[in-house]
Ligand binder design. Structure first.
Ligand SMILES: Nc1ncnc2c1ncn2[C@@H]1O[C@H](COP(=O)(O)OP(=O)(O)OP(=O)(O)O)[C@@H](O)[C@H]1O
Ligand SMILES: [Mg+2]
Length: 266
């Protein structure tokens, strides 16, 4: 077992020429093995900052983050991050992009190739191993990013709006793909999204964050049976969950926008 436990975590960004800025305010959450947790919240509320702290690339100002018994003290392949932008290395072939994390871990070449090919097959791209990133569509590149993250066999997959740049149909298909991969790998996932429908479709549990500084203001179990393919807001259970989440989120989004307009006007 390697439960993720985020305990009373704050992140304050310090800058020499500006006042310090509290981005994440006293956040606590746990993610169990095999669990799929989505996070929603207004733009700028600190969702990425929270994921970056769990990954270890951002250093928390206070609080503790544990994965199993280990305290998070920096980046580790056990906490893989998938970004909204594909973040592939443009000069490397697809297979060599997928191998990249394993290379950093010092895994030998033949083992690297084997693991990367398995994961490329898992995301349905085995036949594109020798292509370069620019020869693939956005959705395919995003799948390469997922294969790369899975290759290091992370204990937790941290996904920061991974489908944000994709069109609605591709997004839908990618969501279903991700669930298939998740069910096979049984890794736990934290998935940040702006899309409430996407969160309901994917997650076991949805965490709602407040306007900045980000706090957790609600947590909702998605008690809909899987698979949820074809489940939309026309289903009363889906609609009820959507309404409940939007009721909590709406005022936070309004507050966040009002603040942004006010600071623009200064
Ligand atoms: N390196 C940084 N230095 C200073 N402030 C930062 C830094 N990174 C983020 N911030 C600020 O922290 C707040 C939270 O940013 P963050 O990117 O975590 O939000 P978010 O919820 O992911 O937003 P979005 O939904 O738009 O991606 C924002 O106000 C942002 O301006
Ligand atoms: Mg973000």
């Amino acid at each position: 077992m390697s439960e993720l436990r985020v305990e009373n975590v704050c992140l304050r960004y310090e800058s020499p020429d500006r006042e310090s800025f509290l981005a994440v305010d006293n956040v606590s959450l746990t993610v169990q093995d095999g669990e799929f947790v989505a996070i929603v919240g207004p733009s700028g509320c600190g969702k990425s900052s929270l994921l970056f702290m769990v990954n270890g690339i951002a250093k928390r100002t206070s609080g503790v983050i544990r994965l199993g018994s280990a305290v998070v003290a920096g980046p580790s392949p056990s906490r893989a991050l998938v970004f909204q932008e594909f973040a592939l290395l443009p000069w490397r072939s697809i297979i060599r992009n997928v191998e990249f994390g394993l290379e950093l871990m010092g895994v030998d070449k033949s083992r690297r190739r084997e693991v990367a090919m398995t994961n490329l097959a898992l995301v349905g791209l085995a036949q594109f191993e020798n292509h370069l990133p620019h020869q693939l569509s956005g959705g395919m590149r995003q799948r390469v990013g997922i294969a790369r993250a899975l290759s290091v066999q992370p204990d937790i997959l941290l996904m920061d709006e991974p489908f944000g740049a994709l069109d609605a149909q591709t997004r839908q298909v990618m969501g279903t793909e991700l669930l298939r991969i998740w069910e096979r790998s049984r890794t736990k996932i934290i998935f940040v999204t702006h899309d409430i429908d996407e969160a309901i479709y994917l997650a076991d549990r949805i965490i709602i964050m407040s306007a900045s500084p980000g706090r957790i203001i609600d947590e909702i179990e998605v008690n809909l049976p899987r698979p949820r393919v074809g489940l939309t807001r026309s289903d009363p259970r889906f609609a009820k969950l959507h309404d409940r989440i939007w009721k909590v989120l709406e005022s936070e989004v309004q507050e966040s926008l009002a603040r942004q307009f006010a600071s623009n006007g200064k």
